[in-house]
Write a protein that binds this ligand. Structure first.
Ligand code: GDP
Ligand code: MG
Length: 442
């Protein structure tokens, strides 16, 4: 499983301090695989990898992150940024009616999306919507649009298959104006593959109705082919948006990246079910997670961002600087942060070399166990005891020890360590992690 491989790779990079040619190359190999498995077209994959590589090499690893986490985060961000490029809602013209032209291959989901959009425009935008089918080749297509438009609560222009597509569209536009509709959606015929006649027809339709929005509808399950289809349509039509359908299927949706890159057109909507309400605004962030492996990557990146509670650290620093008393809550939060940063052993990796060698003879496993025990002790204190440790006398110590499942000596030891820490905080005004490590080892 790919996201497992990515997670494992992130873990192996834990001991490394910097982003290097080597760990970037390792990461890019996995990302390339992820994108290809998600059916992103090969040239698009190459392009993307090259761009991310360049960004990654200039990046510093700061705070508690390791290079793997930083790299995953860069990949995810860049993928979301690329797929979300130029993103915008539908453009509503100052003077109605707004005309939307639907383009795409047969089976892509044009008719279904026309109905979904109708519903969306009526419910979300309070528009009066007319639809029209120009598919004169399949009478069933006209019936289909009539049925689904009614389900959506819109009106459907009564087209006849013996008319020409352009004439049908113009007649519908005329009715739209006379009856004060806000929006006309023109559903078109598709072919199973790109052909000249189809392209000529949609170009003529575009010239006749001069749409505000020309939406290219593409099936996310089309995979690699999506890029070529998109290019063919882009060559004849000034597309203004893409609708990616059938994202409820099990495809990883890599088509989103290919199609966006080839057309340089924003993805405006995602089709997420066959039903009339199955249309959503495209969410590049969430989709990037899916393309890289079903969202696991997103949670990996999120856990990175939550690793260090920045707010808590700043609060502590401010407290120390202002000379306020350092209490057991602060001590607890410091312990928690050491744990969040991937354990004490990983903290050691981040220390400058000469400090690390001094601390090198510490037993890290023991230190980690100690930290957990210290936390348990503080957690069995009352809030008052934590802010006023001087209150903690013999009987309270017995109660706390029993609560934490330790001997009373442990409570004494913790209080002593806390006092040392407090003295040190006063002297050092912040920081002090290193000395604390030494104390705990000794
Ligand atoms: P058209 O030929 O481009 O007009 O395509 P249709 O709108 O007739 O859709 C073709 C098939 O795809 C139909 O069976 C639709 O129900 C189905 N379909 C369209 N969009 C979606 C979607 O977002 N999710 C799912 N599951 N099916 C869809
Ligand atoms: Mg259709």
């Amino acid at each position: 499983n790919l996201s497992d491989r990515l997670s494992r790779l992130v873990k192996t990079m834990r001991g490394q301090a910097r982003i290097t040619e080597t760990n970037v190359a390792d990461m890019m190999r996995e990302v390339r695989m992820a994108l290809l498995e998600a059916d992103v077209a090969l040239p698009v994959v190459r392009d993307f990898i090259a761009r991310v590589k360049e960004k990654a090499l200039g990046q510093e690893v700061v705070g508690s992150l390791n290079p793997g986490q930083v790299l995953v985060s860069i990949v995810h961000k860049e993928l979301a940024r690329t797929m979300g490029e130029g993103q915008q809602e539908l453009h509503f013209p100052a003077n109605p009616p707004m005309v939307i032209l639907m383009a795409g291959l047969q089976g892509a989901g044009k008719t279904t999306t026309t109905a979904k959009l109708t519903r969306w425009l009526i419910e979300k935008k309070k528009k009066k919507v007319l639809t029209v089918s120009t598919d004169v080749y399949r009478p069933a297509a006209m019936d289909q649009l009539r049925t689904v438009t009614a389900q959506a609560g819109g009106e459907c222009f009564p087209a006849r298959p013996d008319q020409k597509p352009v004439d049908i569209a113009l007649a519908a536009l005329d009715q739209c104006r006379r009856q004060y509709f806000d929006v006309l959606i023109v559903d078109t015929a598709g072919r199973l593959a790109i052909d000249e006649a189809l392209m000529a027809e949609i170009r003529d339709l575009h010239a006749a109705v001069r749409p505000t929005e020309t939406l290219f509808v593409v099936d996310a399950m089309q995979g690699q082919d999506a890029m070529n289809t998109a290019r063919a349509f882009k060559d004849v039509l000034p597309l203004t948006g893409i609708v990616l359908t059938k994202l409820d299927g099990d495809s990883r949706g890599g088509a989103a990246l290919s199609v966006q890159q080839v057309t340089q057109t924003p993805i405006k909507f995602a089709g997420v079910s066959e039903k009339i309400d199955g249309l959503e605004a495209f969410d590049p962030d969430r989709h990037a997670g899916r393309v890289l492996g079903m969202g696991d990557i997103v949670s990996l990146v999120e856990s990175v961002q939550q690793n260090v509670d920045v707010a808590a650290a700043q609060k502590l620093a401010a407290k120390v600087k202002s000379g306020e008393s350092f209490d057991l809550n602060d001590f607890l939060s410091q312990l928690g942060q050491m744990k969040n940063m991937g354990g004490l052993s990983s903290l050691m990796d981040k220390l400058p070399a000469q400090l690390a060698s001094k601390a090198g003879n510490l037993d890290m496993d023991k230190a980690e166990r100690d930290v957990r025990r210290m936390e348990a002790v503080i957690l069995s204190m009352t809030p008052l005891e934590r802010t006023k440790p001087d209150l903690i006398k013999a009987s309270r110590k017995r109660r706390i020890a029993a609560g934490a499942g330790v001997h009373v000596q442990e409570v004494n030891k913790l209080l002593k360590q806390f006092e040392q820490m407090r003295d040190m905080m006063k002297k050092m005004k912040g920081g002090g992690m290193m000395k604390m490590l030494k104390r705990m080892g000794g």
